[in-house]
Design a protein around this ligand. Structure first.
Ligand SMILES: NC(=O)c1ccc[n+]([C@@H]2O[C@H](COP(=O)([O-])OP(=O)(O)OC[C@H]3O[C@@H](n4cnc5c(N)ncnc54)[C@H](OP(=O)(O)O)[C@@H]3O)[C@@H](O)[C@H]2O)c1
Length: 181
């Protein structure tokens, strides 16, 4: 029974061969690409609709290298060794680190009144998929093959049936698919 849990949702970009980052974590192939003026591919609207974010420790460390912290919602950073993850002082009112399993993290956020949760990070997304906890996925395909990198998919032997909600494309070659799970 997961009906009472918040809806866990993915909004992520991958290479055509389904990597979310190079092996060293680099996402230059994504961030340096030309995009149509003013186009954000639905990201701001998606962010507006979520009440919290759950991200993996690796993604957290990547976001810490950005010039500004991009999120307004509370963020839960997952780690199997939460005590080792350092949260900068300025973020301590918004970011907490947890070693709980996916269902427990969602239940905790649900008890705080959160109804929709943004999941980020490949390992993190796979660990929620493995437990059948992902409800919505918006994946934007970037027109590049990386050949190797950090994967998005591969949660293990569990079918996750998907219902297509929308498919969109842009002149720069981005293709976005939205599914309900
Ligand atoms: N293309 C995109 O749109 C996009 C989006 C997000 C991120 N990225 C990139 O993807 C890379 C990060 O993704 P990733 O797949 O390598 O890792 P990730 O999911 O961000 O982080 C992995 C770490 O999270 C912790 N973790 C994950 N699931 C957990 C669970 N169920 N319970 C406890 N801890 C858990 C573990 O931390 P410990 O090792 O501390 O135990 C694990 O090593 C970065 O380079 C980032 O820039 C790209």
């Amino acid at each position: 029974m997961t009906g009472h849990l918040p809806s866990a949702e993915v909004f992520i970009a991958t290479s055509m061969d389904a990597y979310i980052a190079r092996l060293d974590g680099d996402i230059d192939w994504l961030t340096s690409r030309p995009v149509p003026d003013g186009e954000d591919f639905g990201y701001a609207a998606f962010l507006d609709g979520v009440g919290a974010m759950v991200m993996g420790r690796e993604s957290f460390e990547k976001v810490l290298t950005f010039p500004d912290w991009p999120y307004k919602t509370p963020v839960v950073v997952l780690s199997r060794t939460p005590g080792r993850v350092v949260v900068p002082e300025a973020l301590r009112d918004r970011v907490r680190v947890s070693g709980k399993d996916p269902a427990a993290v969602l239940a905790e956020l649900g008890a705080e009144g959160v109804t929709r949760v943004y999941l980020d990070g490949g390992q993190t997304i796979r660990s929620f998929l493995a437990e059948g906890l992902v409800r919505r996925m918006i994946v934007t395909l970037i027109p590049v093959l990386l050949g190797q990198g950090r994967p998005l998919w591969g949660h293990g032997a569990r079918d996750v049936d998907l219902t297509l909600v929308a498919a969109r494309s842009w002149d720069n070659g981005f293709v976005q698919v939205e599914y309900r799970a």
